[in-house]
Design a protein around this ligand. Structure first.
Ligand code: GAL
Length: 686
């Protein structure tokens, strides 16, 4: 855990993703020179280039990368070198089709795209291990290499694997987990619909069934298995690389995708975590009614919050530099200032390294519309000029490197619930809505928010970093989690729970006790009844001291179940449970727990933050309009304030304390106007 807390970057650095194999080698030297002249000190190479090292099975050659790395070294460019396992060569998939991933109905995904392999093929593991070993052996001590990226974006493209190797590995995973078929049949509730297994060979990864009614407990274990498979594949590579990398060089992987315990992967296999940030997606998805457009590109701060929970000081391996389009989207080109804004968004949330995707837009292949810093014509352009300004900015704010993001409130999560929410329709809808509203409510009230994952090794001290914890829908609740949350409250924390808390156990079975289940002794509350707010129903408000607040999508009708539970708000409006408790507060030890029966809305979030005394904690430092995001970073005695204007319209701030604008080192206080997409970095005090 500790290892991941240390950033491998001693200062803020800029980079780019470069694909020497896409260009005539006569361009390499010029490209490297131009990058350096624009402040790019590191490049990432090689993640899709297996053939360049092993053009035929068992035949290894290093001439391509030797030549390129010699040039990089001469130019003084640092390199993040990648293992190429995201794109198996044609000779490999042709000879060994068992390495391919399959659709649920068994049809194989063929050569011609990427990530078409499965993690569990023994052949793929063997051939991957060999090419990684060869690359590690040959390049591990190369002076220009500073880090290694394993594969590319685990679980991107698909998070579902249905090959024969997956079924074999799934059986092993289940044998290890359950030991006996009796135990598996119990955990999967196989008495339901006569699903009992009498031999391990009868068990498969989920297969085609009517609708999507496959056994939910099987699916929950399957997601855990997919996560485990990706982590094992990553771990296999990192173990090999460890034998060869120079002291100080880091091992990482990039992206953040589903069905994957990114925290455990980082803890077990990596030195640092890197994320790929594409906020311009927001503008491409605008027409999609399922997409919440309130915060558009600012919503990427939510992903960055998650990334920060994996690794407080992280890198951005791919930062959007241009419009994207390979998936049929018609995203606009970033407007002047937006590229810098998005880079600053990453830095505000804890990135010490920002690497742009990509140096030059591909002139061929699937991604000719995923635009890089340079366009096909290779001429100086607006984006390059913006990069130059970003470079000057990064140099001006160097003292920010390694400062911690400061948040008084955290959203509590864990992977069993993340996985269950992606399978269980009720859990999923509640969670998606509440987490988004919590984020929006926190953003609009300028209340910095962290994510805190309950995982192996999470301690009470981790929880005590926060004054308030929101645990919106902890549907699966374990004894260990209940104990941790209870200790947190007793030692002075404020815990907010939402609907369906404690509904299930770790197998995903519903607990035969009133909700909130294992937390009932702490909350002294119980759920009497529950219901969706149906599509034809009016919204159901709760009356909290005369204020009507919407209770969202779903209502648990609550009741006190002990002397200490106090009703704070009751359901109101035209509903059959009007007058029943919607929000209860229970003091326990030094702290308190608030049990809320609904899903959260941005208004109820802000009312709760206010009630718990943490709304707008930056209010003493500045007054900032809702259109801007504000972040506080701390390093020793020093504190920094970052303000980001996501809009075209100018925004006025009021700085309430003397500060230093790090761009020009001038003291500043009082009113400041931020132009379109402008960002500011202030040191608080002198
Ligand atoms: C990322 C990926 C890159 C590139 C980029 C733009 O997901 O890692 O290789 O595809 O998106 O689409």
């Amino acid at each position: 855990m500790e290892r991941n807390r240390k950033s491998p970057w001693e200062k803020l650095e800029l980079g780019t993703c470069y694909y020497p194999e896409h260009w005539d080698s006569s361009l390499w030297e010029q490209d490297l020179g131009r990058m350096l002249a624009h402040g790019i000190t590191t490049i990432r190479v090689g993640e899709f280039a297996w053939n360049l090292t092993e053009p035929e099975e068992g035949v290894f050659t290093f001439t391509f990368w030797d030549r390129f790395l010699d040039l990089a070294e001469q130019a003084g460019m640092k390199v993040i070198f990648c293992t190429p396992t995201a794109t198996p060569p044609a000779w490999l998939t042709d000879k060994y089709p068992e390495v391919l991933n399959a659709r649920r109905d068994g049809v194989l995904y063929r050569h011609g795209m990427r990530r078409h392999y499965n993690y569990n093929s023994k052949k793929y593991q063997e051939l991957s291990a060999r090419v990684v070993e060869k690359l590690g052996e040959h390049y591990g001590k190369r002076p220009c290499i500073v880090g290694w990226q394993i594969d590319n974006e685990f679980n991107c493209e698909t998070q579902e694997f249905y090959s024969e190797s997956d079924t074999l590995a799934f059986r092993e995973f289940l044998r290890d987990k359950y030991g006996t078929l009796e135990e598996l049949n119990r955990a999967w509730g196989n008495a339901f619909w006569n699903q009992t297994y009498t031999a391990w060979e009868q068990i498969f990864v989920p297969r085609t069934t009517y609708g999507d009614g496959t056994n939910p407990h099987q699916k929950l274990d399957y997601m855990r298995f997919v996560s485990e498979s990706a982590i094992r594949f990553c771990g296999m590579q990192s173990e090999i690389l460890r034998k060869y990398v120079k002291p100080g060089d880091f091992i990482t992987t990039n992206g953040m995708f589903g069905s994957l315990d990114n925290h455990r992967m980082t803890r077990d296999c990596l030195d640092v975590y890197t994320y790929d940030s594409y906020p311009n997606f927001a503008f491409a998805m605008r027409e999609d009614p399922r997409h919440n457009t309130t915060l558009l590109d600012r919503k990427w701060s939510r992903s960055l919050m998650e990334v920060r929970s994996v690794c407080p000081h992280f890198g951005i391996m791919e930062q959007q530099a241009g419009a994207g389009g390979s998936i049929g989207s018609d995203a606009p080109a970033p407007k002047p200032g937006q590229m810098m804004l998005w880079a600053m968004q990453s830095i505000a949330h804890g990135a010490d390294y920002v690497s742009f995707f990509r140096w030059r837009t591909a002139a061929f292949g699937t991604e000719i519309y995923w635009h890089g810093l340079l366009d096909y014509d290779n001429l100086p352009n607006r984006k390059l000029a913006e990069l130059q300004r970003l470079h000057a900015r990064v140099e001006a704010i160097q003292e920010l490197a390694g400062a911690d993001y400061v948040a008084p409130v955290a959203l509590v999560k864990d992977y069993d619930n993340v996985f269950d929410a992606s399978l269980d329709a009720w859990h999923g809808k509640l969670t998606r809505s509440s987490e988004m509203e919590l984020f929006v409510g926190a953003q609009l009230s300028h209340t910095p928010l962290d994510a805190l994952y309950l995982q192996e090794g999470t301690t009470l001290e981790d929880l005590k970093q926060y004054r308030v914890l929101f645990c919106p829908h902890q549907v699966i609740l374990t004894q260990a989690q209940a104990k941790l949350l209870e200790d947190y409250v007793r030692q002075g924390g404020s815990l907010v729970l939402g609907a369906r808390t404690g509904q299930k156990d770790v197998d995903g079975h519903c607990v035969m006790a009133p909700m909130p289940g294992l937390l009932a002794p702490l909350t002294q509350t119980r759920v009497k009844e529950f219901t969706w707010i149906g599509p034809g129903d009016d919204p159901v408000p709760m009356d909290w001291n005369g204020r009507a607040l919407d209770t969202g999508l779903f209502n648990d009708v609550l009741a006190p179940a002990g002397e200490d539970a106090k009703v704070l708000a009751r359901y109101s409006g035209d509903t059959w449970y009007a007058g029943e408790p919607a929000l209860l507060e229970t003091q326990a030890g030094e702290g308190k727990v608030l049990h809320f029966g609904g899903t959260f809305t941005r208004e109820s979030v802000q009312a709760l933050l206010e009630y718990l005394g943490v709304r707008e904690p930056l209010g003493d430092l500045l007054q900032v309009p809702p259109a801007c995001e504000a972040a506080l970073r701390r390093k020793g005695e020093r504190e920094y304030l970052l303000v980001l204007n996501y809009g075209k319209e100018p925004q006025e701030l009021l700085l309430k304390r003397p500060m230093v604008d790090l761009d020009d080192r001038c003291p500043v206080e009082g009113s400041v106007v931020l132009g379109s997409y402008e960002t500011k970095v202030y040191r608080i005090g002198g």
